[in-house]
Write a protein that binds this ligand. Structure first.
Ligand SMILES: [Zn+2]
Ligand SMILES: [Zn+2]
Length: 224
């Protein structure tokens, strides 16, 4: 089987902290946002999507102001979104009762599409998971995955939705079982050593297990 860039990217992500699917999909979404802010602020299609989505979701909106210094780009796209919302709010409200009128406005304000960065992110997550499933039997990949932080539960669940072959499913579940068991034991050891009777024992690999566990249970966040 010819190995492509995605294979090598995944192999590399396995050597870094956190769920490799989170890492690669977050990294790609970051590039998408960079590209959008630096080159596509004035693209009519991008602006239309952002108007229809009523802007980015909470998570991605805050990526903008925390990580970008492009104040002008942020101002331009948001003036456009707010101008569009004002048009909707300024239109006369049909109906007689307050709740009918409010409902009508609510419906017209409702985004007709998802946050564009979320859509991109979901596509990338699926691409990485497909790569993982495709190469899970590859010797090098299987070794890298066993030594990785493992899939977070949201990505393990998504992989279960996408898996097609019995052998692949078996490998996927075995991988997750061994990774979760290891983390479970490390957390147990961390908890044990926090007991005053064992407080003098020095901490080993389990010392940062409490920091790694939320990412594996709930998905990583903003890996740089
Ligand atoms: Zn993940
Ligand atoms: Zn989003």
């Amino acid at each position: 089987m010819k190995k492509d860039m995605r294979y090598f990217d995944l192999l590399q992500a396995c050597t870094e902290p956190g769920c490799p699917v989170c890492r690669l999909s977050l990294k790609a979404t970051r590039r998408y946002m960079d590209n959008l802010m630096y080159e596509h602020v004035n693209d009519p299609g991008v602006r239309k999507n952002l108007r229809e989505a009523r802007g980015f979701c909470n998570e991605h909106a805050w990526w903008l102001s925390e990580d970008y210094i492009d104040a002008l780009g942020i101002a331009i796209i948001h003036q456009d979104i707010i101008g569009n919302v004002l048009k909707i709010i300024n239109a006369p409200l049909p109906g007689r009762k307050a709740n009918q009128k409010a409902q009508n406005l609510l419906e017209r304000l409702h985004p007709s599409i998802e946050c564009p960065a979320c859509t991109f992110h979901h596509t990338m997550e699926d691409i990485v998971i497909h790569t993982l499933l495709e190469y899970i039997s590859d010797k090098e990949m299987s070794k890298a995955l066993s030594n990785s932080a493992g899939l977070c539960l949201p990505h393990f669940s998504r992989a279960l939705e996408l898996v097609q072959e019995n052998n692949t499913l078996k490998r996927l579940v075995n991988l997750e079982r061994s990774i979760l068991s290891k983390l479970h034991n490390e957390l147990g050891e961390f908890i044990r050593k926090n007991d005053y009777r064992f407080i003098d024992e020095s901490l080993g690999k389990e010392s940062d297990s409490w920091l790694r566990a939320p990412g594996i249970v709930s998905g990583e966040r903003r890996i740089k």
